[in-house]
Write a protein that binds this ligand. Structure first.
Ligand code: NAD
Length: 235
């Protein structure tokens, strides 16, 4: 069975850590997951930044090195190909902070949890900027012209995800909703399917059922790199 997409459909795709697993980037909770090695509150929260910004930069420098070596897999390429067919009728929303969707050719991915290769000032409104620097342990924290400290452009635990207005609008407009490689426990993304359900056909792709499986019309069980390239039937 494939997902049929007609000329009238508007497609919302939500991706999670699972789509990047086959590119060698560890997922959130799985074996080898980064959060089993680090305590979230020590490295990915506003409190951590206030207490020990050098340790926070050490963690994100490690993640920049790992993600910088990764290459997109067939799952990312399949979604980029779908974007070139559907154009604005596809809204790609990712919880991932890596840039593998962009490396595969996606041009309009919305990164609701930020981007690993961007930084911003923790004080002024200067927009986030491209930044792939890494820092040695205990390195000095770079400063903005305003005197603030430069922090990773990441939505930390306790912060509000980015672009929620655009995301909720796209959820109300969609007729097809597909979640890929996301465990269905991290809010608010876990509730997106419930917003789309009723109007939209809802699908899940991943090796195991997510926590919110009952909200999906159908689950395609398997790895996204194997399934996505043959999943869409565009009329
Ligand atoms: P999660 O780790 O909670 O869940 C990952 C899901 O991916 C699981 O349900 C697992 O079954 C599935 N999965 C594993 N291998 C897969 C494969 N080959 N194909 C398809 N699915 C596969 O991840 P989440 O729900 O995205 O939440 C994690 C949070 O951590 C997100 O907010 C995200 O910002 C962050 N995170 C990002 C990255 C990244 O940028 N690559 C990596 C880890 C965590």
């Amino acid at each position: 069975m494939m997902i049929e997409i007609s000329a009238a459909d508007r497609v919302f795709i939500l991706t999670g850590a699972g789509i990047s697993a086959e590119s060698g980037i560890p997922t959130f909770r799985g074996a080898g997951g980064i959060w089993r090695t680090y305590r979230v509150e020590e490295v990915a929260s506003p409190h951590a930044w206030q207490r020990d910004p050098a340790m926070v930069w050490e963690f994100y420098s490690m993640r920049r090195r790992a993600a910088g070596a990764a290459k997109p897999n067939p799952g990312h390429f399949a979604l980029a190909a779908l974007e070139s067919k559907l154009g604005e009728r596809l809204f790609l929303c990712t919880q991932n902070v890596d840039n593998l969707h962009e490396q595969a050719g996606s041009r309009r991915a919305v990164h609701m949890h930020g981007e690993l290769f961007k930084s911003r000032c923790d004080t002024c409104r200067r927009p986030p900027f491209d930044d792939s620097r890494t820092y040695e342990p205990r390195a000095e924290i770079p400063r903005c012209e305003c005197g603030g400290q430069i922090r990773p452009h990441i939505c930390w635990f306790g912060e509000v995800p980015y672009d929620l207005d655009r995301i909720f609008q796209a959820l109300s407009d969609c007729t097809v909703f597909l979640a890929v490689g996301t465990s269905g426990v991290v809010e608010p993304a876990a509730s997106f399917v419930a917003r789309a359900r009723g109007r939209a056909r809802t699908y899940y792709v991943g090796p195991e059922e997510p926590a919110n499986a009952s909200a999906f019309t159908k689950s395609f069980l398997g790895k996204s790199g194997g399934l996505l390239p043959n999943l869409f039937d565009c009329k």
